[in-house]
Design a protein around this ligand. Structure first.
Ligand code: F3S
Length: 419
């Protein structure tokens, strides 16, 4: 390891990119780079890798990281034309001229299903812009898995591995259920990490920052209310990692709980303990204990219940797992579609391919969409009132999607779309 030298600091400042300018004035220069990293920073491996490592070093300096740490994979957000716009396309196409991913990297959902965009009602102009984004990611060597659940499709990290994942629901699942270590990256920093194969070692990469500070005891979670439990737990947690004490959760319940928690809080991790578990690691760090009872969950369901008339019923935030698709197909088998509103079941293309029979059943009731979701697609161009079973989508639909949003449990929603 060699420390930053005077000339290197000058070269960092001389080649500063527009994104790094955002952080101007915060250069603490705490990072120690290896000789190879210094060479990358000096531009000896090309402009693309130089710009990528500049970004990582700038972030590391801001957050007081001592160095970079190798990552097992990256998951890059900022893939829908709706969310990144023309400026984002320009930046990605620019990076794609020069840079290639050096570790496994997948991408967050796009603004449309790449095959069924016409039937979704997507404008061809939007589609053309969206294709430029996927072309840039492909040129950089990212896998064409456009999903917030890469861990269901082969990109499943092992306990203790360092990652650079950007999607908030995936980040919280990786930290809390899989035991991997990742901060909630921004799209550009996750892409930079994918290119370099490393990320700055700060935040949740350090064990001392993974200790819960608040204990949240969930007495009893009624059927379908796990997303609401995450929604309320996030409001209590704020910016403190919570220890969640509740009954056993399935992996899919962890997925929906964590997504909602990350949507209503600033944290990307929780520690799950069974109710009555006597082990108390980090006991002294717990500043507060909060109980959330069954009546509070019912009140929350009522508060978020909204209208009974919907243009769209949207399931699959985060993207549905094979088990979720199969369970819904089992519930709907033998029933008939009501057809009073459009229905979207959102999943990844890889999970879609794993469940042909379930997909066939669900298609009788609505569209089974891949590569996209109800939040990052231009839903506001097509619908005004959406019902969802997701504790994350209920947060973002009114803002990003400009929807009058309603919450129902998955079973209530399946009941409503069928007879
Ligand atoms: Fe995934 Fe879209 Fe929800 S990215 S977590 S389905 S908002």
């Amino acid at each position: 390891m060699i420390g930053p030298t005077g000339p290197v600091r000058n070269s960092r400042q001389a080649r500063i990119s527009p994104i790094i300018l955002l952080y101007a004035g915060h250069n603490h220069q705490t990072m120690h780079l290896t000789a190879d990293e210094e060479r990358t920073l000096a531009g000896e491996e090309g402009l693309g890798r130089q710009r990528a490592i500049e970004l990582l070093v700038a972030l590391g300096d801001i957050y007081g990281a001592e160095g970079l740490v190798p990552i097992a994979s990256a998951q890059v957000s900022g893939a829908s034309y709706k969310t990144i716009g023309d400026a984002g396309i320009g930046w990605l196409e620019d990076m794609a001229q020069e840079a290639r991913a050096s570790v496994r990297a997948t991408v967050n959902p796009l603004g449309m299903d790449l095959r069924r965009w016409r039937s979704m009602g997507i404008d061809p102009k939007f589609q053309a812009k969206q294709i430029r984004i996927t072309a840039a990611y492909l040129a950089m060597g990212l896998e064409p898995l456009y999903s917030c659940t890469p861990y269901l499709s082969g990109n499943r990290p092992k306990r203790g591995q360092h990652l650079a994942w950007a999607e908030s629901s995936a980040t919280v699942f990786a930290n809390s259920y899989l035991g991997a270590k990742t901060n909630r990256e921004g799209g550009p920093s996750a892409l930079a990490a994918a290119i370099i194969g490393k990320t700055a070692m700060y935040g949740l990469h350090l064990d001392e920052n993974r200790t819960p500070k608040v204990r949240i005891v969930l007495d009893e979670i009624g059927p379908g209310y796990v997303p609401l439990a995450g929604y309320l737990a996030g409001k209590v947690a704020g910016n403190r990692i919570p220890e969640i004490q509740c009954d056993k959760l399935t992996p899919d319940e962890h997925k929906s709980f964590g997504a909602a928690l990350a949507a209503t809080s600033a944290v990307s991790m929780y520690v799950h303990r069974l109710r009555g578990d006597e082990r108390r690691p980090g006991e002294n760090c717990i500043e507060e204990v909060v109980e959330i009872g069954a009546d509070e969950l019912s009140r929350c369901a009522e508060d978020l219940s909204g209208d009974d008339d919907w243009d769209l019923a949207a399931v699959g935030c985060p993207h549905c797992s094979p088990k979720e698709l199969m369970r819904m197909a089992t519930v709907l088998k033998g029933r008939k579609p009501r057809k009073e509103c459009d229905v979207w079941f959102c999943t990844s293309r890889s999970v879609y391919a794993q469940c042909p029979e379930a997909v066939r059943t669900l298609k009788r009731f609505g569209k089974v969409l891949c590569d996209t979701c109800m939040v990052v697609s231009p839903i506001e161009e097509m619908f005004k009132r959406t019902v969802t079973d997701s504790g994350k989508a209920i947060v973002y639909l009114p803002t990003l999607g400009r929807q009058r949003a309603s919450f129902r449990t998955t079973d209530q929603l399946l009941e409503a779309i069928s007879r």
